[in-house]
Design a protein. Structure first.
Length: 341
C-alpha cells in the first residue's frame, strides 16, 4: 500500500520507558515511530503529575515528571524518532514475512519488523462527563482531544477543566476561535502557574471568559451542540457553544491490546525476562504493562527492560548481523551517533 508507513520499530506508548526505548534502539541503528493516545510525550508523568517530584530516578535526587520527559526528549533527539500523538493503535496483524501491520483510529497504517508495547497500564481513555445524552455529540461537536486546530477555527468553544490540557488548549485555541469560555468548578488550578497567569490576563483583556460552574446539560441536534447549560452557585446559565472540550482526566484501560492474541496475566502482558518478548515473537512489552515473576512497577525497571529488549529487537530486524556490545563512554561510533564525538 502506498500510504503505509514503513519502519524498523513501532513503539506503542510515549511515556518515559517508551522514550528510553527509542534511545536504546537508536544506538543499534533502529528507526522508530512512536504512537501515543495523548497529545504530548511523557505519558502518565507528563499528563497526571508534570510538577510532582520523583525521587527514585538514578542520578537525580529529585526530578519532576515533566523534567524527566524533557531530558528524555533531549536524549533521543539525535535519533530523530517520529511521533504520532492523539492516536490509538486499533489492530495488530502479523504478515507472512514476519513483520507486523498496525492501524490506528486515525486510519494510518504502519508496517514494522518489531512492535514494542510500552503503554503503561494500558491506554489512557478520557473520562466522560456525567451529562445525559453527551454520547450523541461525541466526535462531531464534543471532543476529548484536539487533533486539528482548524476544526475549532471561528467556533464558539467551551473548555471544561482546570489541568494542563484545559489551560494549554485555552491558550492555544484562543487566537483562532470566535469565542472561548473556560469553565472550572473552582478558582484553583492544577495547571502550570504560567499558563494560569496567562489565562487570567486574557480574561482581564476580555479575550476569553472564565466561569465557575459545572456542565448541566447540552442543547443541539444531529450531533451539533448549540448551547451548554452550566450549574453555578449564582444559578443556572446557558451559553452559546458549537464546540465542547471536556478535560475531566483520564482512566487506564488495556483497550484493543487485549484482542491481539497476546498471553495475558490479570490484564498485563506476560513476557520473558531475557528479551521481554511476549508470546508473539517480534512483539515486546516493557514497563508497567508487562508481567513476569518479581516484576516491580518502577520507571528504572522499565529502563532496564528497554535495554535488553533493544538487543533482542536488533536480531529480529537484522538477523545474522553480529552485534558488538559497546559502551557510550568509550565507543567513538556511539558518540558520533549521539553527536558528542
Amino acid at each position: 500500500m502506498s500510504n503505509e508507513i514503513i519502519t524498523d520499530v513501532v513503539i506503542i506508548g510515549g511515556g518515559p520507558v517508551g522514550l528510553f526505548a527509542v534511545f536504546e534502539l537508536g544506538l543499534l541503528d533502529l528507526k522508530c515511530h512512536v504512537i501515543d493516545i495523548l497529545d504530548r510525550p511523557g505519558g502518565q508523568c507528563a499528563e497526571l503529575y508534570p510538577e510532582k517530584p520523583i525521587y527514585d530516578i538514578p542520578g537525580f535526587p529529585m526530578i519532576t515528571g515533566q523534567g524527566l520527559t524533557d531530558n528524555l526528549m533531549a536524549q533521543i533527539a539525535p535519533f530523530g524518532p517520529q511521533f504520532h500523538f492523539n492516536r490509538m493503535v486499533t489492530s495488530l496483524t502479523k504478515l507472512d514475512d514476519g513483520s507486523f501491520r498496525l492501524t490506528t483510529d486515525a486510519e494510518e497504517v504502519f508496517v514494522a519488523k518489531v512492535v514494542v508495547i510500552a503503554a503503561g497500564g494500558g491506554s489512557f481513555q478520557p473520562k466522560r462527563p456525567p451529562v445525559e445524552g453527551i454520547e450523541a455529540y461525541e466526535g462531531k461537536s464534543v471532543f476529548y482531544s484536539v487533533r486539528k486546530m482548524d476544526d475549532f477555527r471561528d467556533q464558539d468553544v467551551v473548555i471544561v477543566g482546570g489541568g494542563d490540557s484545559a489551560l494549554d488548549w485555552t491558550l492555544n485555541l484562543q487566537p483562532i476561535v470566535r469565542s472561548l469560555t473556560l469553565v472550572h468548578r473552582r478558582d484553583a488550578f492544577k495547571a502550570a502557574p504560567a499558563s494560569v497567569n496567562r489565562m487570567k490576563e486574557l480574561v482581564m483583556e476580555g479575550k476569553i471568559n472564565f466561569l465557575l460552574g459545572q456542565i448541566g446539560k447540552l442543547d443541539g441536534a444531529d450531533g451539533q451542540i448549540d448551547h451548554v447549560h452550566l450549574t453555578m452557585d449564582a444559578g443556572d446559565l446557558s451559553i452559546p457553544a458549537t464546540r465542547l472540550l471536556p478535560f475531566f482526566g483520564l482512566t487506564m484501560k488495556l483497550g484493543p491490546v487485549a484482542d491481539w492474541g497476546l498471553e495475558l496475566n490479570d490484564n498485563l502482558i506476560s513476557v520473558d525476562t531475557e528479551k521481554f518478548q511476549t508470546s508473539v515473537p517480534g512483539v515486546f512489552a516493557i514497563g508497567d504493562i508487562n508481567h513476569y515473576p518479581g516484576k516491580l512497577k518502577l520507571i528504572l525497571s522499565g529502563f532496564h527492560e528497554a535495554a535488553l529488549m533493544a538487543q533482542a529487537a536488533k536480531s529480529v530486524v537484522a538477523p545474522g548481523e553480529r552485534v558488538v556490545f559497546q559502551y557510550t563512554t568509550s565507543s567513538t561510533k556511539l558518540q558520533k551517533k549521539l553527536g558528542v564525538a
